[in-house]
Design a protein around this ligand. Sequence first.
Ligand code: ADP
Length: 194
Amino acid sequence: MKNPKEEKTFVLVKPDGVRKGLIGEIIKRFEQRDLKIVALEMFESTHEAMDAHYPKDDAWLTRIGEKTKHTYEKYGYDIVKDFGTTENVEIGKVVRTWLMDFMTSAPMVRMVVEGVHAVDMVRKIVGPTMPYLAEMGTIRGDYSADSPAIANAEKRAVFNLVHASETPEEAAHEIEHWFGKSPIFKYPRFGIDA
Ligand code: ADP
């Protein structure tokens, strides 16, 4: 059994977070919640690397389609007008191509964040996918108001500042993908480990 304090998750500050000058603010919010940054780097992604990062199975595409439809149905927008279909998987595929363009549009910052329940804690600090639904106090709720209703009409991804792994298994896969042979550091944080 691993030490619970050593759970790790993967975080990306997306291009909008970097361009809004929020790198420091985002890191601060993890650190102030007793989470430890154990790897950190600015970089530019390629389409290929992003393609390998985001899942492309039907379950994932369906989930994206469902989240999108939720907003369209709630506010009475016409999904066929923006996507040409009502099929979740097809909507998911279109969103995925916009996501590739967005994630390669400016540098990003990648990091590994460690701590108790790091995966769930970081997701909570980041807030839900759609910023317009995110509570104030979350990163997405405090610094973005984007919605698929605007984003999809403009044929682009939702700008929501941060990517964070959803499960420990996804985190392990993403840490391997983005840090591979790069070092993950170990150090005792004052007040937490020492
Ligand atoms: P999360 O990033 O919260 O884990 P998802 O895995 O569901 O969310 O989606 C991945 C990313 O795809 C989101 O962060 C967002 O940038 C983008 N996205 C999701 N749904 C839409 C949509 N309907 N329109 C545009 N972009 C979307």
